[in-house]
Ligand binder design. Structure first.
Ligand SMILES: *Cc1c(COP(=O)(O)O)cnc(C)c1O
Length: 355
């Protein structure tokens, strides 16, 4: 039976990424050796790293002011690394969910943190809109897509300070004006590669302003200067990332991918809104194009497990909602084909008929 992978993260990767990475794990670039057992400083792997960084620049139209680096430690390390490098006195944070709160917690170790708005009052079901950012903040930190709660910032806020953003679950899902950001970071395991690497974009000018000493491994400068080769990079995730980036380019780039994402999400939200059994949990105007959260309508609440089993028996994998929201979450990242979304919609429709 074909499996349709709706896991939130680690999550679906393109067949192109998986096949090419598997082939390189067996025999890397015709060396007769595995990607896992060759020097990261050999010319074959250096070419992989260079091409991956160049493709990120091309796909996201990264201005010359910014550097692209690949780092270990996932997005969670960036929660502290960004303020370590950028926060001198004061930063503003927008609290839109669990990941945003974790970023806030770490930032407080480095300076004053002003939480400009929070949607915690309604279990993070919406994106706060009217807030003011203090002009003396060094940056405003946002989480563009809230993986757990299924909300997304459809508009990047216009604020008088630079932005720092966690884009772990919607990077490469839509075009972004990188020039507005001092730092953009993303753990790889949603829209890029297997876990083990984070993609980071840094504005060079934003560095060197903090007074504290920064340990080498936590200093963006170290990784910029060494071309992400200060220490041994996670070679398999970086290789896989390159395959995904090539696959994005082959499809026509990020604007094309965005159109597909809009279509996939509309298909699923339309069904949630139509089907008498289900309700979406996120405010309609803030619904994520990546993580679609829904619950059974109250009258049918007792059918939650029955629907889970019904869907699983039809190849639908990974739609259990996060424990802080409950119900269901279908993650429909870039690599998710429309066919799989259609398969889920059909399962929702045929289940409705059994009730
Ligand atoms: C998954 C996720 C993280 C955590 O990523 P790690 O790589 O596991 O540290 C952080 N932020 C967001 C928005 C996420 O979706």
């Amino acid at each position: 039976m074909k499996k349709h992978n709706f896991y939130a993260g680690p999550s679906i990767l393109s067949e192109y990424t998986i096949k090419n990475t598997a082939a390189a794990v067996a025999n890397f670039a015709g060396t007769g050796l595995s990607l896992m057992e060759v020097s990261h400083r050999g010319k074959e792997f250096v070419a992989v790293m260079d091409e991956a960084r160049a493709l990120v620049k091309e796909l996201l139209d990264v201005p010359a002011s910014h550097e692209v680096i690949f780092l270990g430690g996932g997005a969670s390390l960036q929660f502290c690394m960004a303020p370590y490098n950028l926060l001198n006195k004061k930063a503003a944070y927008l609290d839109t969910g669990t990941w945003a709160s974790k970023a806030i917690k770490e930032a407080k170790l480095f300076g004053e943190v002003e939480v400009v708005a929070s949607s915690k009052d309604r279990n993070y079901a919406y994106i706060p809109k009217n807030y003011t950012v203090p002009p003396d903040a060094e940056y405003l930190h946002i989480t563009t897509n809230n993986t757990i709660f299924g909300t997304e910032l459809h508009r990047i806020p216009d604020v008088p300070v630079p932005l720092v953003s966690d884009m772990s679950s919607d990077i490469f899902a839509r075009p972004v004006d990188v020039s507005k950001f001092d730092v953009i970071y993303a753990g790889a395991q949603k829209n890029l590669a297997p876990a083990g690497v984070a993609l980071v974009l840094v504005r060079r000018d934003a560095l060197g302003r903090v007074e504290r000493p920064i340990p080498s491994m936590l200093n963006y400068r170290t990784h910029i200067d060494s071309g992400s080769m200060y220490n041994t990079p996670p070679v398999v995730p970086v290789y896989a990332a390159l395959q995904t980036l090539k696959w994005y380019k082959e499809q026509g780039g990020i604007a094309v991918i965005q159109r597909k994402n809009v279509e996939k999400a509309a298909r699923l939200y339309d069904e949630i809104d139509r089907n008498r059994l289900f309700t979406g949990t996120a405010a309609v105007e803030d619904r994520s194009l990546m993580n679609v959260c829904f619950v059974m309508n109250e009258a049918y609440g007792s059918l939650e497990n029955t629907f889970s089993e019904y869907a699983a028996a039809r190849g639908i994998v990974g739609i259990k909602g996060h424990r802080s929201v409950g119900g269901f979450r279908a993650s429909i990242y870039n690599a998710m084909p429309l066919d799989s979304v259609e398969a889920l919609v059909e399962v929702m429709q045929s289940f409705e008929q059994t009730v």
